[in-house]
Design a protein around this ligand. Structure first.
Ligand SMILES: CC(C)(COP(=O)(O)OP(=O)(O)OC[C@H]1O[C@@H](n2cnc3c(N)ncnc32)[C@H](O)[C@@H]1OP(=O)(O)O)[C@@H](O)C(=O)NCCC(=O)NCCS
Length: 189
Protein backbone atom coordinates (compact mmCIF):
# COMPACT_ATOMS: atom_id res chain seq x y z
CA UNK A 1 0.00 0.00 0.00
CA UNK A 2 1.26 3.44 -0.83
CA UNK A 3 2.28 5.60 2.10
CA UNK A 4 0.94 9.07 1.53
CA UNK A 5 1.98 11.81 3.89
CA UNK A 6 0.02 14.99 3.87
CA UNK A 7 -0.31 18.09 5.99
CA UNK A 8 -2.67 17.64 8.93
CA UNK A 9 -4.99 20.37 7.63
CA UNK A 10 -5.53 18.53 4.33
CA UNK A 11 -7.31 18.98 1.94
CA UNK A 12 -6.36 22.63 1.87
CA UNK A 13 -9.13 25.05 1.13
CA UNK A 14 -8.13 28.34 -0.46
CA UNK A 15 -10.38 30.97 -1.97
CA UNK A 16 -11.64 29.32 -5.12
CA UNK A 17 -9.38 26.24 -4.81
CA UNK A 18 -9.22 22.91 -3.03
CA UNK A 19 -5.86 21.14 -2.92
CA UNK A 20 -6.17 17.39 -2.52
CA UNK A 21 -4.46 14.07 -3.21
CA UNK A 22 -4.43 13.17 -6.92
CA UNK A 23 -6.39 10.18 -8.18
CA UNK A 24 -6.16 8.37 -11.53
CA UNK A 25 -9.22 10.27 -12.76
CA UNK A 26 -7.24 13.54 -12.50
CA UNK A 27 -4.53 12.33 -14.84
CA UNK A 28 -6.01 13.26 -18.20
CA UNK A 29 -6.65 16.88 -17.17
CA UNK A 30 -3.29 17.19 -15.39
CA UNK A 31 -1.37 15.85 -18.40
CA UNK A 32 -3.25 18.17 -20.73
CA UNK A 33 -2.24 21.16 -18.58
CA UNK A 34 1.35 19.96 -18.27
CA UNK A 35 1.68 19.28 -22.01
CA UNK A 36 0.38 22.76 -22.82
CA UNK A 37 2.69 24.26 -20.17
CA UNK A 38 5.73 22.53 -21.71
CA UNK A 39 4.79 23.51 -25.25
CA UNK A 40 4.63 27.17 -24.15
CA UNK A 41 8.39 26.84 -23.78
CA UNK A 42 8.98 24.80 -26.93
CA UNK A 43 9.31 21.52 -25.00
CA UNK A 44 7.67 18.25 -25.97
CA UNK A 45 6.23 16.13 -23.12
CA UNK A 46 7.55 12.59 -22.64
CA UNK A 47 5.04 11.07 -20.20
CA UNK A 48 6.39 7.54 -20.77
CA UNK A 49 10.01 8.56 -20.21
CA UNK A 50 11.48 11.75 -18.75
CA UNK A 51 8.09 12.93 -17.43
CA UNK A 52 6.90 9.50 -16.23
CA UNK A 53 6.39 10.68 -12.62
CA UNK A 54 3.55 12.85 -13.89
CA UNK A 55 2.54 10.38 -16.61
CA UNK A 56 1.51 7.87 -13.92
CA UNK A 57 -0.32 10.41 -11.76
CA UNK A 58 -2.71 8.77 -9.30
CA UNK A 59 -1.38 5.24 -9.78
CA UNK A 60 -0.03 3.13 -6.89
CA UNK A 61 3.77 3.48 -6.95
CA UNK A 62 6.12 2.69 -4.06
CA UNK A 63 8.27 5.79 -4.54
CA UNK A 64 5.46 8.34 -4.40
CA UNK A 65 5.47 10.48 -1.26
CA UNK A 66 2.72 12.85 -2.34
CA UNK A 67 0.74 13.75 -5.42
CA UNK A 68 -1.52 16.74 -5.24
CA UNK A 69 -3.86 18.53 -7.57
CA UNK A 70 -5.61 21.84 -7.12
CA UNK A 71 -9.24 21.87 -8.18
CA UNK A 72 -11.22 24.98 -9.08
CA UNK A 73 -14.83 24.88 -10.21
CA UNK A 74 -14.64 21.06 -10.29
CA UNK A 75 -11.73 21.12 -12.75
CA UNK A 76 -8.11 20.19 -12.12
CA UNK A 77 -5.94 23.27 -12.60
CA UNK A 78 -2.62 22.39 -10.96
CA UNK A 79 -0.51 19.35 -10.23
CA UNK A 80 2.64 18.40 -8.33
CA UNK A 81 4.36 15.06 -7.68
CA UNK A 82 6.95 14.23 -5.00
CA UNK A 83 8.82 10.92 -5.25
CA UNK A 84 11.54 9.56 -3.00
CA UNK A 85 14.99 8.78 -4.40
CA UNK A 86 18.20 7.63 -2.74
CA UNK A 87 19.65 9.03 0.49
CA UNK A 88 16.42 10.60 1.82
CA UNK A 89 16.23 12.80 -1.25
CA UNK A 90 12.86 13.63 -2.74
CA UNK A 91 12.33 14.69 -6.32
CA UNK A 92 9.65 17.22 -7.11
CA UNK A 93 8.12 17.22 -10.58
CA UNK A 94 5.00 17.96 -12.56
CA UNK A 95 4.53 21.56 -11.43
CA UNK A 96 2.01 23.01 -13.82
CA UNK A 97 -0.86 25.47 -13.43
CA UNK A 98 -3.57 26.05 -15.99
CA UNK A 99 -2.84 29.51 -17.53
CA UNK A 100 -6.21 30.98 -16.49
CA UNK A 101 -5.46 30.17 -12.84
CA UNK A 102 -1.89 31.43 -12.70
CA UNK A 103 -0.80 34.31 -10.49
CA UNK A 104 -3.43 33.63 -7.83
CA UNK A 105 -1.20 31.97 -5.26
CA UNK A 106 -2.16 28.37 -6.00
CA UNK A 107 1.33 27.53 -7.27
CA UNK A 108 3.04 28.69 -4.11
CA UNK A 109 0.43 26.94 -1.93
CA UNK A 110 0.75 23.61 -3.72
CA UNK A 111 4.54 23.80 -3.75
CA UNK A 112 4.44 24.31 0.01
CA UNK A 113 2.06 21.34 0.42
CA UNK A 114 4.55 19.09 -1.41
CA UNK A 115 7.47 20.41 0.65
CA UNK A 116 5.52 19.84 3.89
CA UNK A 117 4.76 16.28 2.78
CA UNK A 118 8.47 15.66 2.18
CA UNK A 119 9.35 17.06 5.59
CA UNK A 120 6.68 14.89 7.29
CA UNK A 121 8.10 11.86 5.50
CA UNK A 122 11.52 12.64 7.02
CA UNK A 123 13.27 13.53 3.76
CA UNK A 124 16.50 15.50 4.19
CA UNK A 125 16.52 17.33 0.87
CA UNK A 126 14.34 17.92 -2.14
CA UNK A 127 15.51 18.18 -5.70
CA UNK A 128 13.90 19.39 -8.91
CA UNK A 129 14.87 20.07 -12.48
CA UNK A 130 13.57 22.91 -14.59
CA UNK A 131 14.48 25.25 -17.40
CA UNK A 132 15.96 28.73 -16.99
CA UNK A 133 13.42 29.99 -19.49
CA UNK A 134 10.57 29.04 -17.13
CA UNK A 135 11.00 32.44 -15.51
CA UNK A 136 8.00 32.39 -13.16
CA UNK A 137 8.89 28.94 -11.86
CA UNK A 138 12.54 29.92 -11.37
CA UNK A 139 11.47 33.02 -9.42
CA UNK A 140 9.04 30.96 -7.33
CA UNK A 141 11.74 28.43 -6.39
CA UNK A 142 14.26 31.15 -5.57
CA UNK A 143 11.83 33.02 -3.34
CA UNK A 144 10.79 29.76 -1.59
CA UNK A 145 14.30 28.91 -0.36
CA UNK A 146 15.38 26.60 -3.20
CA UNK A 147 19.05 26.96 -4.17
CA UNK A 148 20.39 26.37 -7.64
CA UNK A 149 22.55 23.25 -8.02
CA UNK A 150 24.72 21.78 -10.73
CA UNK A 151 23.18 21.93 -14.20
CA UNK A 152 21.80 18.55 -15.24
CA UNK A 153 23.20 16.76 -18.32
CA UNK A 154 21.62 17.50 -21.70
CA UNK A 155 19.96 14.06 -21.73
CA UNK A 156 17.85 14.97 -18.68
CA UNK A 157 15.35 17.15 -20.53
CA UNK A 158 16.13 20.18 -18.33
CA UNK A 159 18.91 22.75 -17.97
CA UNK A 160 18.75 23.68 -14.27
CA UNK A 161 18.49 21.94 -10.93
CA UNK A 162 17.34 23.33 -7.59
CA UNK A 163 17.70 21.94 -4.08
CA UNK A 164 15.85 22.57 -0.84
CA UNK A 165 17.27 21.54 2.53
CA UNK A 166 14.62 20.16 4.85
CA UNK A 167 16.66 18.81 7.74
CA UNK A 168 20.14 18.45 9.11
CA UNK A 169 22.09 16.26 6.75
CA UNK A 170 22.58 12.65 7.75
CA UNK A 171 25.97 10.96 7.19
CA UNK A 172 24.55 9.37 4.02
CA UNK A 173 23.39 12.74 2.65
CA UNK A 174 26.52 14.55 1.69
CA UNK A 175 25.08 17.97 0.92
CA UNK A 176 26.53 17.93 -2.57
CA UNK A 177 24.62 18.05 -5.82
CA UNK A 178 24.09 14.57 -7.37
CA UNK A 179 27.30 12.87 -8.43
CA UNK A 180 27.95 11.74 -11.99
CA UNK A 181 25.80 8.69 -12.63
CA UNK A 182 23.46 9.32 -9.70
CA UNK A 183 20.73 10.65 -11.95
CA UNK A 184 20.94 7.52 -14.10
CA UNK A 185 20.64 5.35 -10.98
CA UNK A 186 17.55 7.33 -9.89
CA UNK A 187 16.05 6.91 -13.33
CA UNK A 188 16.61 3.16 -13.10
CA UNK A 189 14.97 2.91 -9.64
C1 LIG B 1 5.35 28.35 -12.37
C2 LIG B 1 3.88 28.16 -12.05
C3 LIG B 1 3.70 26.70 -11.66
C4 LIG B 1 3.52 29.06 -10.85
O1 LIG B 1 2.16 28.86 -10.52
P1 LIG B 1 1.21 30.10 -10.12
O2 LIG B 1 -0.04 29.54 -9.54
O3 LIG B 1 1.09 31.00 -11.28
O4 LIG B 1 2.08 30.77 -8.97
P2 LIG B 1 1.62 31.75 -7.81
O5 LIG B 1 0.38 32.48 -8.20
O6 LIG B 1 1.60 31.00 -6.53
O7 LIG B 1 2.79 32.78 -7.83
C5 LIG B 1 4.09 32.41 -7.46
C6 LIG B 1 4.99 33.61 -7.59
O8 LIG B 1 5.19 33.89 -8.98
C7 LIG B 1 4.78 35.23 -9.28
N1 LIG B 1 4.10 35.22 -10.56
C8 LIG B 1 3.04 34.46 -10.89
N2 LIG B 1 2.70 34.70 -12.17
C9 LIG B 1 3.56 35.62 -12.63
C10 LIG B 1 3.74 36.27 -13.88
N3 LIG B 1 2.98 36.02 -14.91
N4 LIG B 1 4.75 37.14 -13.99
C11 LIG B 1 5.55 37.41 -12.96
N5 LIG B 1 5.45 36.82 -11.74
C12 LIG B 1 4.47 35.95 -11.59
C13 LIG B 1 3.85 35.62 -8.19
O9 LIG B 1 3.88 37.02 -7.97
C14 LIG B 1 4.37 34.85 -6.99
O10 LIG B 1 5.40 35.53 -6.33
P3 LIG B 1 5.09 36.19 -4.89
O11 LIG B 1 4.44 35.11 -4.05
O12 LIG B 1 6.44 36.60 -4.43
O13 LIG B 1 4.15 37.31 -5.19
C15 LIG B 1 2.96 28.50 -13.24
O14 LIG B 1 3.18 29.84 -13.60
C16 LIG B 1 3.15 27.61 -14.46
O15 LIG B 1 2.49 26.58 -14.58
N6 LIG B 1 4.05 28.01 -15.38
C17 LIG B 1 4.28 27.29 -16.63
C18 LIG B 1 4.85 25.92 -16.40
C19 LIG B 1 6.13 25.92 -15.59
O16 LIG B 1 6.99 26.76 -15.74
N7 LIG B 1 6.23 24.91 -14.74
C20 LIG B 1 7.40 24.66 -13.95
C21 LIG B 1 8.01 23.38 -14.37
S1 LIG B 1 9.50 23.05 -13.48
Amino acid sequence: MRVLTRPSNFPLQRTGFVIRRAVVGDREAALRIAAAGMREFGLEPDFHGLDADLGLLGEERPDVVAEFVAVAENAVCWSVVLTVKADAIGKLSGLYVNPVHRGQGVGRTLLKAAVDAGRSRGLARLYLETWGKMATAVRLYGSSGWVRGEDPPASSGADRSYWLELARLTPRSTGRAPRAGQRERWAAE
